[in-house]
Write a protein that binds this ligand. Structure first.
Ligand code: FAD
Length: 510
């Protein structure tokens, strides 16, 4: 039984509105295994001798077994998934991770690697009694080369801490996301996180220079190089980028940090309709060119709900669509002139109805705060079904409209996202989870995405929530190669089971 009535969630973003949330026994989410009717696989069951072994490898305070201590590690950020782990291990070194995995592999004990637990597809929490390996204590910065921009650090470093650190050396992290105050760089890499700067700095397959990871059997794979170019054989680091803890535990990371932009400007604009928003994107690419670093959109419902629920203020009026454009450059006068010229030009053309442009850090932060709060704002109303899909830009917003008609007055449907990456987040916010609404939404959404050649997961991954839908985006041959890789790297399947790969349907078994 849960001991305390209210348990503070310790691992939420301090700047995020639901960081105030507390669990009470009455609002605990249902177990994932029951909610989604999953059968436990044939793994070993944790015994007291196992706990004693883990205590001998780690210090006692880094082995959590008290139910109330373990609870927050069993529940995901959106409180949709809940596992039943009995133990959380917090290694401090790669060697400790290696010893833990080697032992678990021999004893067929399943594990769930965990970073900041901000993942949105249930990948970061156990489904049954998997052992949680949380990397929070692997948080050392190892080196920074301020000439090449190569940062080497442990996987448990919090993204925002790394960004603050490299800023002191006139660099920035190549990625930024709303969960930066809690998510770990190891988690970012394991999910191939995209975020707000991808348009400018590319994805992690480009920025990550090297990785150290531990395989299921405890072998430490050392690909921790800091070179930009290294064509010596298979590019193994890429196996760990986006594999969501199913192929290995990432323990160290080398990542390229771009130069800190000397000038940052931000524009927040109101737009009449989605067609105009696309025209504005095209125009921004040509008018702003190399300084364009973010082009984000949110529909009216996203902003009005966020402003209302999070008690924020909208710096411009009420518009059908909003666009947020950030520029990163080296000359403040030149860049803000460019952005202001773009604003005047497009106000005259009618693509922008109203807007504000700022280079003041405090104002920039406030505007970004509105955008970053959208992800959590709907949770205040109860429950949010979250979808994160890639779509051809011409079809980008159609699915929101289709879903509004399909869902009717059962829930609020709103869309926001990274237009520059063709990635929209569609949230369906209801007072509570309901099976009826779930059946209305899934697999319908994935079918619609597949029809136009989109991806059912743009940046959040597949995790626990989407393996059964992965075939909408992955061909059978690709899925088989994924299975072969999994079999070769984790033959006992102990690493994050029930995630990413769907079970082989009975008819396909020999
Ligand atoms: C407010 C908010 C905004 C967000 N915005 C974005 C966004 O813009 N773009 C985006 O891509 N995502 C976004 N996310 C999703 C999430 O933050 C990212 O997926 C993030 O990269 C997860 O990092 P984490 O450390 O929290 O990982 P976790 O949630 O702990 O884990 C995620 C997955 O990675 C695995 N994992 C974690 N660490 C390791 C490791 N060291 N080795 C092996 N496997 C590991 C876990 O098993 C799990 O499968 C957002 C989430 C929130 C709450």
């Amino acid at each position: 039984m849960i001991k305390s009535i209210a348990i503070l969630i310790s691992n939420l973003n301090k700047t995020n509105i639901i960081s105030q949330a507390k669990y009470t026994t009455s609002v605990l989410p249902q177990f994932s295994s029951e909610k989604y009717a999953v059968k436990r696989k044939n793994f070993g069951i944790l015994k007291s001798a196992d706990v004693e072994y883990f205590k001998s490898v780690l210090s006692e305070d880094r082995v959590l077994t008290d139910e109330s201590d373990v609870l927050p590690f069993n529940i995901d950020w959106i409180k949709n998934c809940r596992g039943q782990s009995k133990i959380v291990l917090k290694p401090k070194t790669t060697d400790e991770v290696s010893q833990i995995l080697s032992y678990c592999n021999k004893n067929r004990l399943a594990v769930c690697p965990q970073g900041g637990n901000t993942g949105l597809v249930g990948g970061s929490v156990p489904v049954f009694d998997e052992i949680v390996i949380n990397l929070v204590h692997m948080n050392k910065i190892i080196s920074l080369d301020d000439i090449s921009g190569a940062l080497v650090c442990e996987a448990g470093c919090i993204l925002e801490n790394l960004d603050n650190y490299v800023r002191d050396h006139n660099l920035i992290m190549p990625l930024d996301l709303g969960a930066k105050g809690s998510c770990h760089i190891g988690g970012n890499i394991s999910t191939n996180a995209g975020g707000l700067r991808l348009l400018r700095y590319g994805n992690l397959h480009g920025s990550v220079l090297g990785i150290e990871a531990v395989k299921a059997d405890g072998t430490v794979v050392d690909c921790l190089r800091t070179l930009k170019k290294d064509n010596t054989g298979y590019h193994l680091k890429h196996l760990f980028i986006g594999s969501e803890g199913t192929l290995g535990v990432v323990t160290k990371v080398a990542i390229h940090c771009p130069a800190l932009p000397k000038a940052v400007s931000l524009g927040f604009f109101g737009v009449e309709n989605f067609e105009n928003l696309l025209k504005l994107y095209k125009s921004a690419k040509s008018s702003l060119g190399e300084i364009l670093s973010a082009f984000e959109m949110a529909d009216n419902k996203s902003i009005s709900l966020t402003v209302e629920n999070c008690k924020l203020s909208n710096p411009i009026g009420d518009y059908p669509f909003y666009v947020l454009i950030e520029t990163h450059g080296s000359d403040e006068t030149h860049d803000s002139e460019k952005l202001n010229r773009f604003l005047s030009q497009e106000m005259e053309s009618g693509l922008i109805l109203d807007g504000t442009v700022t280079s003041e850090p405090a104002k920039i932060k406030n505007i970004w705060h509105i955008r970053e709060s959208i992800a959590g704002a709907g949770l205040i109303n109860g429950y949010v079904f979250k979808y994160d899909v890639s779509l051809p830009l011409r079809n980008y917003y159609d699915l929101v409209l289709t879903l509004r008609t399909r869902v009717g007055d059962r829930a609020r449907v709103y869309g926001y996202g990274h237009v520059g990456d063709g990635n929209i987040h569609i949230n369906v916010s209801a007072s509570k989870y309901s099976k009826e609404l779930y059946a209305i939404l899934e697999p319908f959404i994935y079918e619609e995405v597949a029809k136009v050649g989109g991806s059912i997961s743009a940046e959040h991954g597949v995790g626990f929530r989407k393996p059964q839908f992965i075939h909408y985006s992955k061909d059978k041959t690709a899925l088989q190669l994924m299975r072969d890789l999994k079999q070769s790297m984790d033959p006992n399947g102990i690493l994050n089971p029930y995630k990413v790969l769907p079970d082989v349907p009975d008819i396909e078994k020999d």
